[in-house]
Design a protein around this ligand. Sequence first.
Ligand SMILES: Cc1cc2nc3c(=O)[nH]c(=O)nc-3n(C[C@H](O)[C@H](O)[C@H](O)COP(=O)(O)OP(=O)(O)OC[C@H]3O[C@@H](n4cnc5c(N)ncnc54)[C@H](O)[C@@H]3O)c2cc1C
Length: 284
Amino acid sequence: MESQKKYRSGFSFEFFPPKTEQGREKLLAARDQFAALKPVYVSVTYGAGGSTQQGTLETVGDLMAAGLATAPHLSCIGSGADAIRALLQQYIAMGIKRIVALRGDMPSGMRDTGEFHYANELVEFIRSETGNHFHIEVAAYPEFHPQAPTAQQDLRNFKRKVEAGANGAITQYFYSVDAYLRFVDDCERLGLDLPIVPGIMPITNYKQLARFSDACGAEIPRWLAKRLEGMGEDLESIRAYGLEATVELCRHLLEAGAPGLHFYTMNQAAPTQAIWEALALGDR
Ligand SMILES: Cc1cc2nc3c(=O)[nH]c(=O)nc-3n(C[C@H](O)[C@H](O)[C@H](O)COP(=O)(O)OP(=O)(O)OC[C@H]3O[C@@H](n4cnc5c(N)ncnc54)[C@H](O)[C@@H]3O)c2cc1C
């Protein structure tokens, strides 16, 4: 963890573009609560193949209007170089300085993978088109990407993104401190030196979380899954126990030298704020 101790990446919040006007109203209310916490930046997800391009742009605009440094995600699978080039120019014109560069997953029904196959190619493209304008974040997987044949290959592929010009990494969410610590140690052994910020998913709804985790390869440890499962539909107990477990996770990570935390807010202020307050992150 030595590489991480010199970085102070701070705290950031992730949102997704809402699909309805009602969702947008909720996001705007959450935005103002999050703005009061003074994050280093906020980010907005982007559907592969450009499926949320307009929504991402609008949400980025909504967040910037509150004075928040905003980083759009950009997933390249299913997109052409011209479309990505145009979007990068639009982001530069909007005053955006940070991008989260991803491969993304092919939307079902879509066949054409486009001109990019992996995130390292996107990072390389962003650098060749825009030099050092953007601070580029990439995704990291302490429990390894579900499509990776081996942990070693996944680490080598992570290294490609860093060598292509990534400045920092945000991890997939996880609930095992050890998985993160070992991942960082592996990166150090590969000579990688960049902030690797843990992604934190607050626990509010076990069934939804279990579904999500299955799809993205994040593991809910047995001890945690069993307890949450046993609470059935009692959402209040799930939230209370989920909060306790997540606060403990964040505390261990920060004590071990994690450079910051990136919260997957799911556009809801209360669950992330509860973790924030329990850890007194505003005082850090
Ligand atoms: C912080 C974070 C934010 C995210 N935001 C979004 C979002 O906004 N929109 C969205 O659609 N998805 C998002 N995702 C999900 C992400 O797009 C998926 O996990 C996707 O499956 C992989 O994207 P990646 O950028 O990590 O891909 P890559 O780094 O390209 O890796 C994908 C797989 O390919 C392998 N691989 C990588 N490079 C090579 C190579 N050169 N040759 C052979 N194999 C290779 C890797 O080992 C891995 O198994 C996010 C994930 C994280 C962790």
